[in-house]
Design a protein around this ligand. Structure first.
Ligand code: LIP
Length: 277
């Protein structure tokens, strides 16, 4: 029996709206920036403030629910996904954009039960686009139903990816040679918006035909993976195997054909799983 998490969805939307207000207020100010895993992995006080706001609001409403939040993990909390209802939160996806005022930043909230995502919300703040999907109930952007392009031909595909914050040689070589091989197929183009969550939603809207990424974390894509599949897309591991939320590798595409073609050319550099397993 499918749990009815409709009330949680409504609550999630209400706190995503509050989070956006905080992000909009801070967007134009000068930020104090700290570093995390690399000189290009940034965090600001607003990331932490928004995550605290979201988690404390959810805790008050649903005291038994669990959390995996980007900044809590950065502060040392271990991200283990159990069967308990769990909120997976990225308070600001696109922190580098936020710091530079490049206008793509999103709040990403996913709700997972028995390791299955029940709903996902991505609020692209500057565009004022609220993407949402509930398992089995379709995907929407500001209440308009979403459908992927259905594109089957990789040579006609617009592909989105992320450059990420890795700056070591192996990661950079793999990352650039992946882009090289895709362009050589040739695809129509490669784009990057600076937020994995919004990138993936662009596949759901048919604005792009595919997205792939190695190195992002579960909080970047948990919500948007459901949004893509509910919009009729395909979500896989970059190996071509089944998607694994904690593996830090993803392909989201308009069709199996395009997803598998991308899996053939994209190589993964090693990165530790989010759950450390
Ligand atoms: C970032 C992503 C960005 C990606 C980075 C990082 P943050 O998340 O959304 O698209 O390239 O690997 O994960 O730190 O801004 O939430």
């Amino acid at each position: 029996i499918m749990g009815d998490w409709g009330k949680c969805v409504d609550f999630g939307i209400s706190i995503a709206i509050q989070a956006r207000t905080v992000i909009l207020d801070a967007f134009k100010t000068t930020k104090v920036v700290a570093l995390k895993s690399s000189p290009a992995d940034l965090v600001t006080e607003t990331d932490q403030r928004v995550e605290n706001l979201l988690i404390s609001a959810i805790k008050e409403k649903y005291p038994t629910h669990k959390f995996i939040g980007e900044e809590s993990v950065a502060a040392g909390v271990r991200p283990i996904l159990t069967d308990s209802p769990t909120w997976i939160i990225d308070p600001i996806d696109g922190t580098t954009n936020f710091v530079h005022r490049f206008p793509f930043v999103a709040v990403s909230i996913a709700f997972v039960v028995n390791k299955q995502t029940e709903f996902g919300l991505v609020y692209s703040c500057m565009e004022d686009k609220l993407y949402r999907a509930q398992r089995g109930k379709g995907a929407f952007c500001n209440d308009v139903p979403l459908c992927t392009s259905g594109q089957e031909d990789i040579t006609k595909a617009l592909v989105v990816t992320e450059i990420g914050s890795e700056r070591d040689d192996l990661s950079l070589r793999t990352l650039t040679s992946n882009i090289y091989r895709l362009l050589k197929i040739p695809v129509h183009g490669v784009r990057t918006m600076g937020t994995a969550a919004v990138d993936m939603c662009s596949v759901a809207t048919a604005g792009a035909d595919a997205y792939y990424h190695v190195g992002m974390h579960c909080w970047d894509i948990a919500a948007s993976a459901l949004i893509v599949s509910e919009a009729g897309g395909v979500v896989l591991d970059v190996t071509g195997d089944e998607f694994d939320l904690m593996s830090r590798r993803v392909i989201a595409a308009s069709s199996h054909t395009v997803a598998r073609r991308i899996a053939q050319v994209v190589e993964a550099f090693p990165c530790e799983r989010d759950d450390g397993l």
